[in-house]
Design a protein around this ligand. Structure first.
Ligand code: HEC
Length: 166
């Protein structure tokens, strides 16, 4: 195939433009390259604490305690906001999954808002750093890392979303 022919060149250009748009539409698409939350970075934790107080505490509690009876569905059928401290199940999920939930909301109907467009990647990593800083060492150690299945699922969700955004 002769790639120098103008119409083929144009097609390649269009394909790369679409790819760039897909990447730009979800800056957090490249899961491998995502930074990690760091509960030992004091400045990051402090920034996260401020983000949490303004954006999350109203539902998840000022002390990360969640809403009362958080395991019992509300009359709407939705679940209340769970705690983010060690008594909840936030630490049952890897950082990347939590990052995704905060940015995109849950994959099913729930009261958890999507923060994409409202908070930057940095803000969300900071918030997760703050949340993790409240966990005892033992809980931090127990938190699982991303499984290959979760990684595939996250990639799929991110590319679907950037396709829908176009
Ligand atoms: C309007 C209320 C509300 C606000 C504000 C809110 N959340 Fe949530 N969040 C929820 C609810 C409700 C759920 C549970 C959804 C479900 O499981 O059906 C949830 C779930 C989550 C989960 C999944 C937790 C787990 O244990 O599996 C994470 C992580 C989370 N929220 C983080 C945040 C962060 C960080 C913020 C602030 C940037 C925030 N939320 C703001 C209501 C809220």
């Amino acid at each position: 195939m002769d790639f120098s022919r103008p119409h083929i060149k144009k097609r390649i250009m269009i394909a790369s433009a679409a790819l760039v748009a897909a990447m730009g539409g979800a800056g957090w698409f490249y899961i491998d390259q995502l930074p990690k939350a760091d509960p030992n970075d004091a400045a990051l934790v402090q920034h996260g604490q401020q983000i949490y107080a303004v954006n999350c505490a109203s539902c998840h509690g000022a002390q990360l305690e969640g809403q009362p009876s958080w395991q019992k569905p509300l009359p709407t059928g939705h679940l209340p906001a769970p705690p983010h401290n060690q008594s909840g199940h936030t630490w049952h999920h890897p950082d990347e999954v939590l990052f995704h939930v905060i940015m995109a909301g849950t994959t099913y109907e729930s009261d958890m808002p999507a923060f994409q467009g409202l908070l930057s990647d940095h803000d969300v990593w900071a918030t997760l750093s703050f949340i993790k800083s409240t966990w005892p060492e033992e809980i931090r150690r127990k938190q699982p890392s991303l499984s290959p299945e979760q990684k595939d699922a996250l990639k799929r969700l991110a590319s679907e979303r950037s396709a829908n955004a176009r």
